[in-house]
Each structure stands twice: as C-alpha cells, then as structure tokens.
Design a protein around this ligand. Structure first.
Ligand code: SF4
Length: 440
C-alpha cells in the first residue's frame, strides 16, 4: 500500500490477551502508520488510544475493563482532546450492550471489523480521504516486524469446545490463503525478521477449508524451503492436527523448530467427551511417544484445564499421572472458568472455585518441577540461539529453538548481535532460563 500523507495525529495501543491479539494490534498499528498516523510516545500523549481487549474468560474481561477505565481516566480523554476506542474480543462478544456500559468509549471495533480501523480513527480525528485511498488501506493486511514475529494463518474456530467462547467471538474457521501468508512472511523477512511463529486458534486445520484442500505440513515445507535462513515455529496444533506428514515436515527441515505445542486440555476420556473434544490418556501418550521416537530432541508443550465441571478426584489424579508420564517440556495450566453462553456453563457438578484453583496450582507445581529438570538436562549441550535483545544492564538474551516467544523463558548469552543466530554452549539453567557462552 502506498504511504499516505501525514495526518498530524498520533495513536497508541494497549493490548490485552494472547499473541493472536498482539498480531491484530500490530496489524492495526501498521495500517494506521501507513495511513499517515504516528505512534505516540505514550498512551497518555496519544490523540487516539485503542484498547485491544481479550474476553475469552471472565478474568480476561475484567482485566480488559480495568485497562479501558484506566485510559478513560487520562486527562486527555476526560477533557475530550483524545479518543478511546475499544477493539477486539469484548465488542465481538458483548456487541451493542457494551456501548451502554462503556460510555467513555468513542467507538467500538470488534475483531471482524479490525480492517476498518483507519476509517474509525479517521472519523474520530475528522480526517477525510478519497475512496481509493480507503480501499487500499482496508485491503492491506498490515505487517509490523521484529527479530521474531507472529503470523496468523487462519482465524476463528469450528470446534466448539464446550468451555470456550472463541467460536462465538472470532467466528467460523477460515484459513488465510498461502499467497497472503507468504507475502506477509516475505515482508517480514525483508525487514530483518529471523523467526516466524505461525499461529491461529487451530493451526493444524490450515488449508482444509479451501476448494482444493492443502495442509499445514505442505505450507510449512514450502515456507521453510523458500526462506532457508528463517526459523519457523508453529503454535496451537490440536492433537488431531499432528499428522505423520506434519511430524515429517518438522523433522526434515532444519529451520523448522522441533517444537510441538499441542493443547490436550485434559486426558480423561469422559471429561474430554464432555468438553466436546476427542482422545484419552493412552492415545495422547502414544502420540507423544511417536513424536519423540521420530524427533528425539523435540520440545513439547501443552495446555491443561483443571476443575472442569464434573471432574472427580480420580479424574484429577489421572490428569496428574498423565503430566508425570508424558513428562512434557512445558505445561500451561488454567483453572476452568465458567463462561456464560458456553455449553459447559450449564453443566451440573461445577467444581468449587477454591478447589479449582487448588487443583490448577497442584498441576502447575508438578509440571514446573518436571520442566525445571528437563531444562537443566541441557547443560553441556551446544544449541543455536537467536539473539533477541538486551536487558537494561546490557545482558544479551535470545531464544533457542526449544523456547517459544513469551511463554518458555530465554537464554542469556555473553556476546552476539541482535538478530543473529549464534551457537552457544549451555553452562547453567535456572528454572526455565538457560545461560551460556557463544562458541561461534
Ligand atoms: S479448539 Fe476449542 S479451545 Fe481452541 S479455540 Fe477452538 S473451541 Fe476454543
């Protein structure tokens, strides 16, 4: 998209929630910058503050409301000099009701309308554009680069897990085309990005909704072969999406991180059935075993829910046993959150809140001790590290292929340049962090 003339107005984003929301904020910011807006030095100084909300569980909604109210309290917003826009999941989930509740907001932009963010901000700032400019801005996907960048390969979800609000917020599953994804990757690589993290609500389903179906394995193979100096990593692959072809595509491409993030959510067959999911402990352990057999140095991450309605003491014990038996590298644990509008909301035998928190913490403690042991076994290994940045005291840090951004910790290194990949001898670990000296 051609750069538009400066508007003289500035914008700032406050982003809540997961990496997928970060991607959406970056895409919206990128569109606004291309449309002639500047990024404000701070939210307090911006002409328009966009709070990109998360509301997939109640706690996230509350956090989003706190952030909105904080921005609404800025002198600039109270005086009417600046505008507050509420974007993302909250307007998608609560629709028109939100406007009655949040009168401080000047406008609302649900997920599905984020492509029109420039029009919304233009209206608030009194900027008039010719129609051609508007169309060009709307059709651009928007890319914001860094050493490492997330690329969304699809949006929405068709699985309707009984506890989850995402299909109602984000709509039905739709894959982005390979051309769209490739052109985003190309722009990122051209601007110096060294690691592309492919994300979606359900990455393993990518391509199956096309008239001529394709697969994540094919996409990953083609991208990694076209960009051999770039690391590729995939997050959120539902168990059914871990096909033999995908394991093989990860195994044979050196620049694809040997990393599988598979949200099992539980391991008990009855609980999974009630969740409208498939599988059982035996099947999941066999999948873990198969991946490890084919890729011995693979890193495995999962997400689990504790305290789902009807979860008995025995079923909880089964989940603990599964965590021990699977011995995964990283485990994210959530206490079940009872969300209005979902099927699980009306289920009998809801687990007491304190008990849910207790169970989640017990699994977290167990998983932490297993993860710490697994990370410590890397002492003495030579690993490649992508140097990502430096701390305030000048200490450089990066990430190895076994460390996904934002969730798995970092590796501290003694030398290197940001954006370069260096080979490091791991000398020490502390919980999830590693430390080492650069060999080359
Ligand atoms: S797979 Fe299930 S948990 Fe994940 S977004 Fe879809 S419905 Fe929600």
């Amino acid at each position: 998209m051609a750069e538009q003339s400066k508007t003289g107005k500035s914008v700032a984003f406050v982003t809540l929630g997961c990496a997928k929301n970060e991607v959406d904020s970056e895409a919206m910011l990128s569109r606004l910058l291309a449309a002639g807006y500047e990024e404000a030095v701070s939210a307090e100084e911006a002409d328009v503050v966009i709070v990109n909300t998360c509301s997939f569980i109640q706690a996230a909604t509350e956090e989003s409301i706190d952030a909105i109210l904080e921005v609404a309290g800025f002198d600039s917003v109270v005086s009417g000099e600046a505008h507050l826009v509420v974007a993302g999941c909250m307007p998608a989930r609560y629709g028109d009701d939100l406007a009655d509740e949040l009168v401080e907001a000047s406008d609302f932009v649900p997920c599905a309308d984020e492509g029109s963010i420039v029009e919304t901000v233009d209206n608030l700032c009194g900027i008039d554009r010719i129609a051609g400019e508007r169309r060009a801005i709307r059709s651009s996907r928007g890319v914001h680069s860094g050493v490492s960048a997330y690329v969304k390969i699809s949006d929405g979800c068709d699985r309707f897990c009984a506890y989850c609000t995402i299909p109602y917020i984000r709509g039905r599953y739709h894959s982005f085309t390979e051309n769209e994804i490739d052109s985003e990757v190309q722009q990122l690589v051209d601007s110096g990005t060294r690691e592309i993290v492919l994300i979606a609500q359900d990455t393993g389903r990518w391509g199956q909704d096309f008239d001529e179906p394709s697969s994540l394995a094919d996409l990953l193979s083609r991208l990694s072969e076209k960009y051999p100096d770039t690391w590729f990593r995939v997050m959120y692959i539902q168990p059914e999406g871990v096909t033999d072809e995908l394991i093989e595509a990860v195994r044979v491409h050196d620049n694809v991180c040997s990393y599988f993030d598979i949200p099992f959510q539980h391991c008990n067959a009855d609980i999974l059935k009630s969740m409208n999911r498939k599988g059982d402990a035996k099947g999941f352990l066999s999948l873990v075993g198969k991946i490890r057999e084919r890729i011995p140095d693979v890193t495995l991450r999962t997400t689990l829910i504790a305290g789902y309605p009807g979860e008995t003491d025995e079923q909880f014990e089964e989940l603990c046993d599964f965590v021990e038996d699977a011995d995964l590298d990283y485990v994210g644990v959530f206490a079940y959150s009872r969300e209005e509008g979902t099927r699980a909301f009306g289920l009998p035998d809801q687990v007491d809140d304190d008990e849910k928190l207790h169970r989640a913490q017990a699994i977290r403690d167990l998983a932490d001790s297993l993860s710490t042991q697994r990370v410590s076994r890397r002492v003495g290994q030579r690993i490649d590290v992508l140097v990502c940045g430096e701390e305030e005291d000048g200490q450089l840090f990066g990430r190895a292929k076994c460390q996904a951004p934002d969730v798995d910790g970092v590796t501290y290194v003694n030398e290197g340049s940001i954006g370069n990949i260096v080979t490091v001898l791991v000398e020490d670990t502390l919980a999830y962090e590693m430390e080492g000296s650069v060999l080359s």
